[in-house]
Design a protein around this ligand. Structure first.
Ligand code: GLP
Length: 243
């Protein structure tokens, strides 16, 4: 795992955008695995700027997203489809027909089958990741075992707490999600994790402890051949990580 300590969030986002830009320029019809949450927002803004001002071309790019809440349709302002449209897709020249975010409403078993079929037919060139405070990737929550493929997940209470800030009340946070499995994530050619926010515990388990454990799904990134992690200096200092 390559770890890059960044002066601040802006530099973290700019360096992460460099990784995506390089892939898009070298392989214009690449497949990007994308993530939601606040961590990648600055990188998406930077990519949109590069598209607008520097001709970074997404017209042939495909994308597939990590996850979606169960119970929210794509026009709900907290759905991950809505997040992707408003934070990235509406600001770049990607063809939305080439973007896939799993459906959170309707027949969930059928949605999961569709999600798995999209994943089975895609080779993800780079998977963007944030990490939950409990170490989840996508919505793969800590537990006795992790899943290989896309599936439905019961959200941990700590995840509901962490994501309540985006909803009118904690009661409005969905209790379930559909998510890529850890196998889908690990099969991406490259992993790009942006650590931002109060992620001390997950960051410590990923960057300092030597363990790989289902109690912290992010630790599986240590097994990937081409994983890059961006972390803010402030957070690295807090956990005593020197690089
Ligand atoms: C959610 C998403 C994850 C994301 C995590 C961290 O639970 N499902 O994909 O990485 O939150 O979010 P944030 O970046 O807002 O801290």
């Amino acid at each position: 795992m390559k770890v890059i300590i960044c002066e601040n969030y802006a530099s973290e986002c700019a360096q992460a955008a460099d990784v995506i830009e390089k892939i898009v320029r070298e392989k214009p019809d690449c497949t990007l695995g994308l993530a939601t949450g606040s961590s990648p927002v600055g990188m998406y803004q930077e990519l949109a700027r590069r598209c607008r001002e520097e001709g970074l071309d997404f017209s042939k790019v495909h994308s597939v997203n990590l996850d979606e809440y169960v119970g929210l349709s794509g026009d709900h302002d907290q759905s991950y489809r809505y997040f992707m449209d408003s934070n990235l897709f509406n600001h770049i020249n990607i063809d939305k027909a080439n973007t896939y975010v799993a459906k959170g409403v309707g027949d969930i078993e059928e949605n999961i089958r569709e999600f798995n079929s999209v994943l089975d037919n895609s080779v993800i060139d780079v998977q963007v990741l944030g990490v939950g405070p409990d170490g989840h990737l996508g919505f793969n929550e800590p537990g006795e075992a992790l899943y290989d493929g896309a599936h439905k997940e019961v959200l941990d209470e700590s995840t509901i707490d962490a994501n309540a800030r985006f909803f009118a009340s904690r009661d409005d946070v969905p209790r379930y999600a559909v998510t890529m499995g850890m196998g889908n994530i690990m099969r991406a050619k490259k992993l790009l994790l942006i650590i931002s926010g109060n992620k001390q515990d997950a960051a410590r388990q990923l960057l300092i402890d030597d363990k790989i454990t289902t109690a912290c799904p992010a630790t599986f990134m240590k097994l990937h051949q081409d994983a890059v992690v961006f972390i803010e200096k402030k957070l690295a200092d807090e956990i005593g990580y020197k690089g």
